[in-house]
Every structure is written in structure tokens, then in C-alpha cells.
Design a protein around this ligand. Structure first.
Ligand code: DGT
Ligand code: CA
Ligand code: CA
Ligand code: ZN
Length: 572
């Protein structure tokens, strides 16, 4: 079994964690984390790239040294340097770093003062009240350690949608080779495009069921087969992801697809409507008395209870049934509605490609415009721009726009929102720009009240356009900062500001529910990728899917408009 991208990612992340505990140079730690992200975001397998002798240093954040390390991992399955670092550090200690409350410094203290080497020992110490006695910890920290321990337990079971997709695609391609397969589709939360999925539910219609099941059980990426039956099998992949496979006859396709797409609570609501009409709905069809009256397509199933087709992303029992009954379903935004991207970085700061390269990639994606929004100076880790460098960039973009055909670069900045709510660059330079994305990157742990006031104060600046990654969360890694989103959304509406839906699969920030809330409060959204390289522009799909889960239509989104319209929209 060749080494997977996720294996390389895990090793690099682990290396970063270990170096963190050792107190290594933060730039070095960051380089590993960036490389981990790059590799896990690749659409191709690094093992193949190595076999084909491709130059890995063309990848974002991969220099000669890291390329060599990737080769070593692909060839040996491990990294000798990591094993050396591991020997110096008690195993299990790096897991402590996963807790939001604990940084490397605190982990070191817990280890040296209380001898804690793993999560279990940490839990016992916290329960016994030993942690509060350490200098710099206190009862509040102890309590939040216990809370985040629970958090870790809950989270470890679900994986991000992008990772699920990267594992689903090769499996689907593999199963398709069985022959005689008519339909094959991943249902469940994956089809509803939920930001994380618990397991994959794959539906296959095929005349030769046993052949599919046999092939499935022989898939090389399987860790163990949990159950194997004629119509249903369950396996666990090497990554730990569970896959349920259902094989059925074509006549049941619609009913089964509806059933296994869920959500469970949506299904229950549909079934209730059926009961009111004297119908029984299950995964085999819709039945009146003993007679099967529908089930070949999902549309048929919905039709029997007087509903139009409901898009999978809406099937969460959050009002979609009522909306459908009243003919008020939203006409959901689609990827093809997007006319441009409003958040991107280049190698001038922490991105990996030039202005020209990013412009070209945006054009190939069919866009009319791309906003270049580099970090501002406060984000020194990313070589953020000061006024002078930004002024230079503005000129450069103006010159480049004269040359470019079929795509326009929008002059922007991702300006840091400072602790006191002021922006990191003076108005004199901000006013020269077409657009600002304003983001919180530091002082994340202020109280809810202070954090909310800080952001609203920033919005008072007349050059504030879009609030970048509004809650700062990283899925499964970092909780959102404490902020009153309802107040933020209202404040944005009152001031003519917009909220970003950051499409990066690690962020997806805003959440689906916050998107819906913004729509209900009539505040418009920018769906942006925060691209740090050309290929990141492809993350737009994840943002659009999240927007669809938030009931958004093209008219709710500012970058579905033409460049001229957009420029007007951005005038406060
Ligand atoms: P996940 O895997 O936790 O991300 O979420 P789902 O929605 O994929 O849930 P899963 O895998 O347990 O089941 C797939 C679908 O099958 C689910 O969305 C609805 C359907 N389903 C499963 N169990 C039941 C049930 O007891 N009743 C009904 N009505 N539907 C069910
Ligand atoms: Ca599932
Ligand atoms: Ca399942
Ligand atoms: Zn940012």
C-alpha cells in the first residue's frame, strides 16, 4: 500500500507538535504545518509524483529540504528525524497540545512539575485539583482543560469534508471498475455537504451485487471489514474512516437515496407528512396499503407527500419542509454563479504564486475578477505589508491590469484588526484601495463583550468592507473566539459592511447557521477562498456548498455580481 497524502500530513503535523514542545524556532514549526496543509490539499497522490520523478519544490511551501523529507516518508513510511525528536519527548505529550487551552510552554510545565505525559494523566490531575495549584494556571484554566478534554473526545470521530472527499474519490473509481454498475453515489452527510462527516454511506445500484461486495472487501486501503453482507457491508479504512456500502436494485434507487442522504430528522419529518396522507415511506419506496406507489427517483418520493424536490444541502429539518410546502424554497447559489474571488495572497507575503500566476489561474476558473488581499504588517510571520509596500503594490496592480485580458485584479488588503479595534494601516492608504478584508488574527481570547466591541469598532472605520473569517475557528483544531455573532451581523448591516464566508476546508467560516442568520438579517456575504496558491482557488466549491447549507441565493452574495456592480456595492 503506497503512502497516502494524509500519512505525510500526519507526520509533518506531528513533527511540528514535537518541535513546538521543544520550543523550536516558530518559523521552522510553521514550515512543517504549511507543508502538511499543502500535501493534504493536493488533488494527486505524492507517492505517484515521486514515482514519476516530479519536482516537489514547485509546490506551495515545499523547499528542497521538505521535498527530500517527503521522499523519505514515501520510501520508508516514516521520517528518521521525527523518530529522533520523539525519543527526546515522552510519547503522548504532543496530544496535550491539541487542547485549545494548552500551548507548548504549559505542556512543558505540566510535564516537569506534575509528571504528566498523556491525556489520561492530565484528566486525573485536573479532577484532583492539582493543576490549579501550579503557577500561572488557576481554577479557570483547570476547568477549561477538563472542558477541552471532552471536546477532543467528541471531535476525533468526525473528519473534514475535503478529507472525506479525498478518500471517497479513489474508492468510487475503484468500485466503478466492477462493471454493470448503474449508479454509484456517496449519500449521507457527505451529499448534504456537511463540513465534517462521521462516515461515508455509499449507494450502488447494480445487477451483480455479490461482485460489488467482493470487490469492496478487497480494496487495498481497508484496515478491517466490520460486517459483510449481500446488500450491506461496513469497513474501516486505514485512516480510521468508516464506510457503509449499500447495494440495491435500480427500482429502489430514489427511495434509498432519499433515506440514506438523511438527515435523519429531515427523513422523520417527511415520513410524518406521509403518515398524514396514509402513506408509509421507507428505503424501499412509498407504500399505500401494500401497493408501492413511488421510489424510483427522489423527486417521486417528495411528490407523493406534496413536496417539490429539496436540495440535499437543505435537508437538516431547519424549516425546509415548511418552506417547500409554501413554495418558498430558496434558489440556491451554484458554483457557476461566482464571478470572482475576494480574498487571496501572493508570494509578496505568505502566498506561493505571483500576481500574474494568480490572475491567470482565476481567469482559467472563468472569473471576471480576483481581489489581491495581502496581510498587513502586524502579521509579521507572513511578511505583512506596510503603507509603503502597499503603495508599491497598488501601482504594480494598476500596471498589470492594463496588460491583462479577460480578468481584472482588484486592489485589496487583508488588514489586521488590532486589539483596540483600530485597523493596522492608516486611512490614507486604505482609501486608495478598491476593497478591504478586515480580520482578527491576534488577541483571540478576549471576553465576548470586548471581542464583539473590538470588531464593531473596526467596522466604524469607513474603509472597512468585509469581515474576514469572522469567528476565527479552524475545524477540529481551534474553537471560534468568543463573539456575539448576532450583534456583529447587525452592526455590519447598519454600516454597509459584509461578512466573509471563508471557503478554506479547514475554516468554512461562517458556519451554515451563521450564513442563514445573515440572510435573515439581510446582510450580504462574500464567498472567498483565502487562496495562498493557484490551486487553492478551487476551494470555492466548499464555500458555495456551505453557503447552500446556509440557504444563500446568488443575490445574497456580493461576488456573484459583475465587476462594475461590485464596485458600487463596495462604496459605503
Ligand atoms: P454522519 O455520518 O454522522 O456525518 O451523518 P449521516 O447523516 O451521514 O448519518 P449516518 O451515516 O448515521 O446515516 C446516513 C443516513 O441514513 C442518515 O442521514 C439518515 C439515514 N438513517 C440512518 N439511520 C436512520 C434511522 O434510524 N432513521 C431514519 N429515518 N434514517 C436513518
Ligand atoms: Ca454518514
Ligand atoms: Ca453510516
Ligand atoms: Zn486571515
Amino acid at each position: 500500500m503506497p503512502v497516502q497524502n494524509s500519512d505525510v500530513r500526519d507526520i509533518f503535523n506531528k513533527m511540528a507538535d514535537l518541535l513546538d514542545i521543544e520550543g523550536a524556532n516558530p518559523f521552522r514549526v510553521r514550515a512543517y504545518r504549511n507543508a502538511a496543509r499543502t500535501v493534504s490539499g493536493l488533488t494527486r497522490n505524492v507517492s505517484d509524483m515521486i514515482i514519476e520523478n516530479e519536482d516537489l519544490t514547485t509546490l506551495a511551501g515545499i523547499g528542497k529540504d521538505l521535498a527530500e523529507k517527503i521522499r523519505e516518508i514515501v520510501e520508508t513510511g516514516t521520517l528518521s528525524q521525527m523518530e529522533a525528536v520523539e525519543k527526546r519527548i515522552p510519547s503522548g505529550l504532543n496530544k496535550l497540545l491539541k487542547l485549545e487551552t494548552l500551548g507548548p510552554k504549559r505542556v512543558k510545565i505540566l510535564n516537569s512539575k506534575l509528571g504528566i505525559t498523556n491525556l489520561q494523566e492530565l484528566k486525573v490531575a485536573a479532577e484532583q485539583g492539582k493543576i490549579r495549584e501550579l503557577e500561572g494556571f488557576g481554577t479557570k484554566t483547570e476547568k477549561s482543560i477538563l472542558e477541552s478534554l471532552q471536546h477532543v473526545k467528541d471531535k476525533e470521530k468526525r473528519i473534514k469534508l475535503l478529507e472525506a472527499q479525498q478518500q471517497a474519490e479513489p474508492l468510487i473509481a475503484y468500485l466503478k471498475q466492477t462493471g454493470e454498475i448503474k449508479n454509484i453515489i456517496v449519500a449521507g452527510s457527505f451529499r448534504r455537504r456537511k463540513e465534517t462527516v462521521g462516515d461515508l454511506d455509499i449507494l450502488v445500484t447494480c445487477k451483480n451485487g455479490p461482485a460489488v461486495m467482493k470487490r469492496f472487501a478487497a480494496y487495498e486501503d481497508i484496515r478491517n471489514v466490520v460486517t459483510r453482507g449481500k446488500s450491506r457491508s461496513t469497513v474501516v479504512l486505514r485512516s480510521g474512516l468508516q464506510v457503509d456500502l449499500y447495494v440495491l436494485a435500480q427500482v429502489y434507487y430514489g427511495a434509498a437515496l432519499h433515506y440514506f442522504t438523511g438527515s435523519k430528522s429531515h427523513n422523520i419529518a417527511v415520513r410524518k407528512l406521509g403518515i398524514q396522507k396514509g402513506l408509509k415511506i421507507n428505503e424501499y419506496g412509498v407504500f399505500k396499503d401494500k401497493e408501492r406507489i413511488a421510489g424510483k427517483t427522489e423527486k417521486e418520493v417528495y411528490g407523493t407527500v406534496g413536496l417539490p424536490f429539496i436540495e440535499p444541502e437543505l435537508r437538516e429539518n431547519r424549516g425546509e419542509i415548511e418552506a417547500a410546502l409554501n413554495n418558498k424554497l430558496p434558489e440556491l447559489v451554484a458554483l457557476k454563479d461566482m464571478r470572482g474571488d475576494l480574498h487571496s495572497h501572493t508570494k509578496e507575503t505568505d502566498g506561493h504564486h505571483s500576481l500574474e500566476e494568480m490572475a491567470q489561474a482565476a481567469k482559467e476558473q472563468g472569473y471576471e475578477y480576483l481581489a489581491v488581499t495581502e496581510h498587513s504588517k502586524r502579521v509579521y510571520m507572513a511578511k505583512g505589508l506596510d503603507s509603503i509596500r502597499l503603495a508599491g503594490r497598488i501601482k504594480e496592480i494598476d500596471r498589470l491590469n492594463e496588460k491583462l485580458e479577460g480578468i481584472t485584479l482588484i486592489k485589496g488588503i487583508e488588514v489586521d484588526i488590532l486589539k483596540d479595534g483600530s485597523l493596522d494601516l492608516p486611512d490614507e492608504i486604505l482609501k486608495e484601495l478598491d476593497l478591504t478584508v478586515c480580520s482578527v488574527h491576534y488577541n483571540r481570547n478576549m471576553s465576548k463583550k470586548d471581542q464583539t466591541e473590538r470588531i464593531i469598532r473596526a467596522m466604524d472605520n469607513p474603509y472597512f468592507n468585509i469581515l474576514g473569517h469572522p469567528t476565527g475557528r479552524l475545524i477540529n483544531e481551534r474553537a471560534p473566539y468568543d463573539v456575539d455573532m448576532e450583534k456583529i451581523v447587525r452592526a455590519a448591516g447598519e454600516r454597509g459592511c459584509f461578512l466573509e464566508l471563508n471557503s478554506h476546508p479547514d475554516r468554512l467560516d461562517l458556519s451554515d447557521l451563521h450564513c442563514k442568520m445573515a440572510k435573515e438579517m439581510n446582510v450580504k456575504i462574500a464567498i472567498s477562498t483565502d487562496a495562498h496558491s493557484r490551486s487553492d482557488l478551487k476551494f470555492m466549491r466548499f464555500g458555495v456548498d456551505q453557503a447552500r447549507r446556509g440557504w444563500l441565493e446568488a443575490k445574497d452574495i456580493i461576488n456573484t455580481h459583475s465587476l462594475n456592480e461590485l464596485k458600487k456595492i463596495l462604496q459605503r
